[in-house]
Design a protein around this ligand. Structure first.
Ligand SMILES: O=C(O)c1ccc[n+]([C@@H]2O[C@H](COP(=O)([O-])O)[C@@H](O)[C@H]2O)c1
Ligand SMILES: Cc1cc2nc[nH]c2cc1C
Length: 354
């Protein structure tokens, strides 16, 4: 816990000088002031995070945390838990949506086993960081111990520290874990204060008539475990997941290492919310990309104060919306590098009499 505390204490504000220089440059480019909207904001944010003008086209990684969930025993997920393991092999084979979109975005995909139930061969090209074989069924007992939650957070921290030393400037959150929308719903309800029925959705595709059962399971898990809303680690341990705790660690360490943290959908956002409750100093380092179909996603973004710029009715997870968002971020950086100024292009806008 001391390590997490000192990491949080090391998070610095953005470099406002780099941001001001970036804004000045944007205003000199051949366009009406502010007309590239969110692209301009993103370019300034990255400059402030990296502390440089102009920020370089960033080296990008998508860290995909995978784990299983004991609560799947309650019939809350459409797919069998074995799909978590099967999808890991699909990620390695390069055939999953996140493989396609990471390649498209020129982001390196790193798959991390934090708590998948099966044994993977040691030579499998993933990061072998298993804390335990999935969580316990949170309807009956705590999903995991506080010690395990902290160990999972540390997996995320260590991953980011390695990536920071390799020069990555942007890290996206990804996850795979059948049942993890049930855990995320519990986290979202406890940490936003919203009723469970307002944050639970169909997840990976349960039929509408099954949603009320999922609501009941989440309500009972919260009633049984009594997670303390003032203690995000307690919430992660009692009603969370190993991959969610690990993602919370990624968020904290990204901010501490001046790396932009790109959020994906509902599950990654529940990890961001937990990290935000640990320290709101992470906020300037966050980039929200898309709005998931899961109803709890908006509730989380509202609490943290973030606005996503894509709405594609996606709810796949894996980091897919996040890497799509990275392509927009790259576009913003290219504007800074490649667009001509008024002076260079000899464009002299006439002053309007309006
Ligand atoms: O990120 C999202 O918004 C999202 C919404 C619904 C489902 N998912 C993905 O689907 C899986 C969890 O769904 P479920 O129904 O098994 O809880 C998990 O592997 C997630 O990556 C992801
Ligand atoms: C096939 C499949 C892929 C996924 N990726 C993230 N969650 C998933 C759930 C299923 C079922």
């Amino acid at each position: 816990m001391e390590e997490i505390k000192s990491l949080i204490a090391s998070i610095q504000p953005l470099n406002y000088k780099a941001m001001a220089t970036t804004l000045k440059r944007l205003d000199d480019l051949t366009k009406p002031v502010g007309s590239l909207g969110g692209l301009e904001k993103m370019a300034c944010q990255l400059a402030g995070i990296r502390g440089t003008f102009p920020p370089a086209l960033p080296r990008k990684a998508l860290v995909l945390m995978a784990a299983d969930h004991g609560v799947t025993a309650e019939g809350v997920a459409a797919s069998p838990p074995a799909v978590t393991e099967q999808m890991i092999y699909n990620f390695i084979g390069g055939g999953a949506a996140i493989n396609v979109l990471s390649r498209h975005a020129n982001a390196d995909l790193i798959v991390v086993d934090v708590g998948v139930k099966c044994d993977f061969p040691p030579d499998l090209p993933i990061m072998h960081c298993k804390i335990r074989r999935g969580t316990d069924n949170m309807r009956q007992k705590a999903a995991m111990s506080r010690t395990d939650a902290i160990a999972a957070i540390k997996v995320g921290i260590t991953m980011v520290e390695t990536l920071a030393s390799q020069g990555y400037a942007v890290i996206g959150l990804g996850e795979m874990g059948i049942g993890n929308t049930t855990a995320s719903s519990a986290i979202a309800s406890v940490l936003t204060g919203k009723p469970v029925s307002e944050v639970v959705g169909k997840g990976g595709g349960i039929p509408s008539e099954r949603v009320s059962h999922k609501v009941q399971v989440v309500e009972e898990a919260i009633a049984h475990n009594k997670p303390n809303p003032q203690d995000a680690i307690d919430v992660l341990a009692k009603v969370g997941g190993l991959e969610i705790a690990a993602m919370a660690g990624v968020v904290l360490a990204a901010a501490a290492n001046r790396i932009m943290l790109v959020i994906d959908g509902f599950i990654s956002s529940s990890a961001v919310l937990a990290a935000y409750k640990l320290s709101n100093r992470i906020k300037p380092y966050l980039l929200a990309t898309h709005l998931s179909e899961e109803p709890g996603h908006q509730a989380i973004l509202d609490i943290v104060g973030l606005t996503p710029f894509l709405q594609l009715n996606m709810c796949l997870g894996e980091g897919t919306g996040g890497v799509l968002g990275m392509t927009v971020l790259d576009a913003a950086v290219k504007i800074l590098h490649e667009m001509a100024t008024f002076e260079e292009a000899k464009v002299f806008p006439v002053k309007s009499n309006l």
